[in-house]
Design a protein around this ligand. Structure first.
Ligand SMILES: Cc1cc2nc3c(=O)[nH]c(=O)nc-3n(C[C@H](O)[C@H](O)[C@H](O)COP(=O)(O)OP(=O)(O)OC[C@H]3O[C@@H](n4cnc5c(N)ncnc54)[C@H](O)[C@@H]3O)c2cc1C
Length: 361
């Protein structure tokens, strides 16, 4: 019997597998496809990402550095309001490469990883969990003391265990043009209902155009308007779901969710790579597979760390739906240098941010 079976080897599953294996636990991680694919993510992350990778990783994964965002109330030709930092705020990275790299680190730490295995059934018992997967050699069953559901926004583990669904599941689309662009600003267009569209320069890897919005919105129509506005041809279209939380509960008797499966994302951007890995660290630190009561410590730890950030993130997102004239006035008044950390909305009240505001005087 394994100590942990981990379902899904995205950033959250790979990070948890690595950390749990480093603590000496027997870890099996199963991934339904090939690690890193299909791509449905911009890979736009704060520079904190490098704290989760090996030291050489930057050379392979880095695509561009970003100092800030230009906000537009309308399309590409509308007035823009820049928000920026003096130092690099974020990086654009190769997301497929990131997943492969994190999985390699988990393997090095001793975790067993099996690709091409889709989990179809989960049975939770008082003393163990049974996991049924279908793989290249047919149906296989695994037993573990604990199960980690790291299987993304449409988590099968979450469904099987009857854990709460995300409060909202946004629909995101993206596509790429082959213009080389090393600019250090991303563009954000508040044109998609309750969310936004974006343009991300990816250095030699081209430019990404994307948009996310709630169900019921004609995402494709809004996306066509975005690329028509930029007068550009795009290819490699892809799409994915973005869960918005937090849910009331992410643990059961012998199982727990991490990452998108647990809706551990930023409500105002949909970004979840760093929140997922942060929560994976909380899980690996707190959960002892021989003591199911430690699951409560994981629930507490991740909420203590991120609940307030997520609450404030919801408030920031409300600004996307304000009437246009109010948005113009607000963006005009607030734009300029900032000292905010993109993963931590509470840093709006930090000394760094106040210093940045004072420097504008
Ligand atoms: C359009 C779009 C753009 C985004 N841009 C950004 C961004 O710029 N920055 C950012 O931080 N976040 C971004 N995100 C969010 C980010 O992609 C997720 O938050 C992140 O991938 C969550 O990681 P995860 O490991 O929890 O889940 P995932 O990355 O979804 O990994 C889950 C894994 O589980 C596997 N799996 C699923 N079901 C099963 C099963 N039954 N059996 C076995 N394996 C299974 C999947 O194949 C997958 O590999 C974006 C999302 C979208 C949709």
């Amino acid at each position: 019997m394994y100590d942990f079976v981990v379902v899904g080897v995205g950033p959250s599953g790979a990070r948890f597998s690595r950390r749990a294996a480093e603590k000496g636990y027997d870890v099996l991680a199963v991934e339904q496809g090939t690690i890193g694919t299909p791509l449905a993510c911009s890979g736009h992350v704060s520079t904190d990402i490098w704290q989760y990778t090996g030291c050489e990783a930057r050379e392979d994964l880095f695509q561009n550095e970003v100092y800030g965002a230009r906000f537009h109330v309308g399309g590409p030709h509308s007035k823009s309001y820049p928000f920026y930092k003096r130092e690099v705020a974020s990086n654009v990275i190769d997301r497929v490469g990131l997943d492969r790299h994190l999985a390699a680190l988990a393997r090095e730490a001793g975790a067993e990883i099996r690709e091409e295995h889709t989990v179809t059934d989960v049975r939770e018992h008082r003393d163990r969990v049974e996991v049924v997967a279908s793989g290249p050699d047919g149906v296989v069953e695994f037993e573990a003391k604990m199960l980690a559901g790291c299987d993304g926004p449409r988590s099968r583990v979450r469904d099987e265990l009857g854990l709460p669904q995300p409060g909202e599941l946004l629909h995101g689309v993206l596509a790429f043009s082959d213009e080389e662009d090393h600019q250090d600003f991303v563009d954000v267009h508040l044109t998609a209902p309750t969310f936004f569209a974006w343009r991300i320069p990816r250095g030699e890897a081209g430019v990404e155009y994307g948009l996310a919005a709630p169900p019921g919105v004609q995402v494709t129509k809004h996306f066509e308007e975005l690329i028509d506005g930029y007068e550009i041809d795009v290819s490699h279209r892809c799409s994915g779901a973005i869960p918005v939380g937090p849910p009331d509960r992410v643990t059961s008797r012998r199982a727990f969710l991490i990452g998108d499966a647990a809706s551990q994302t930023k409500p105002f951007t949909g970004g979840g790579i760093l929140y997922g890995m942060t929560c994976a660290d909380h899980a690996a630190r707190e959960i002892d597979p021989d003591r199911p009561t430690t699951l409560a410590a994981y629930e507490r730890a991740w909420r203590d760390d991120l609940a307030r950030e997520m609450e404030l993130g919801h408030w920031l997102r409300r600004a996307y739906s304000l009437p246009e004239p109010v948005q113009h006035v607000g963006l005009g008044a607030l734009s300029g240098e900032i000292g905010v950390h993109m993963d931590r909305p509470t840093s709006l009240f930090s000394t760094d941010h106040f210093k940045a505001l004072l420097s504008r005087l």
